[in-house]
Design a protein around this ligand. Sequence first.
Ligand SMILES: [Zn+2]
Length: 355
Amino acid sequence: MANEIKPSWLVEDLRHLGVGYNKVEDFAPPPESSHGALFMQDRIKKGYHVEEVKDGLYWVTSGWYDCMFIRTGAGVVVMDAPPALGENLLAAIEETTDEPVTHFIYSHWHADHVGAAVIFGDKVKRIGHEKTRDLLERFPDPNRPVPNETFSKDATLDINGVKIELSYKGQNHCEGNIFIYVPKPKVLAAIDIASPGWITFRDCDSSENMSGYVDAFDQVLAYDFDTVISGHVSKIGGRDAVVEGREYMHDLVDYSREALETIDFEYFVKQLGTGKYRAAFRAIEENYFNACANFVTKKILDKVTSNGKKWTERLNGADVMTKHNAFYVVEKTRLERHHNGYVKRGNIHPPKFYF
Ligand SMILES: [Zn+2]
């Protein structure tokens, strides 16, 4: 590092106005159980790794973005086309079959998972949730053509006897994010929900609805599946990976509720004083939320979990990401799930009621 020239774009002196940078040696060594194709360079040196899970269903990974396709004997059904795989996804399919791609399924509308959907041309049937269609009509992208077959709750495809069940159980990670279940090989795609061996990305994978995101783990486990495809982390997982992710989420929710019930906002309000900073509400508001996030983060990282290990020994990145997930779950709990009563007539609103 000593000889490295600092890039001109690197801003690192913003102190309290900015955010800091990590040193890898400050963190716990990532658990070996999290090592997927990303750490097996021989697997992804051609830009992709393709592997049959079972019964003609294939998992493809770029080393960081994952998707799947199914051979039906009458054409290939593809689910998702991350730009990180791009046209390498065509190579992966051609490596395993001469069948043409006939169907494309959108798990959800996010560009990082379907931003190469255009590579299959205009002859394929494009299937997605009606909210995915609405979003892609509202925010058009030539690389993400609008689905031409949509559904609102559940749909079953039967292509040459291969059944694929699509289900929308409400907003979680985003509107229109569906579960895609293939019963014969017992494979379930739960994109941006499951995260085998890894901590969920910051803000619980940028999820729009925390309550829906937490519920999604139970919805996943209600399926009779052996393999889950998550869209990320360059590895597939089993039921135990989803159970593990659910336990981490429940810890976050429980400790966030405890933080909201324990931490005294008035402690921070007093810091405003009566002088020229008396209206610096945003500053103490941030201190309050930081206190909540630190409270949750410490509880999570100190906890001896259900199998006797700490979260940093179970999930890759637990120490890096927990503070972001803690802030997110505290804030979403306050908005979606928390209830501290309301001001009664004639009273003023002490902060514990305000929050
Ligand atoms: Zn997404």
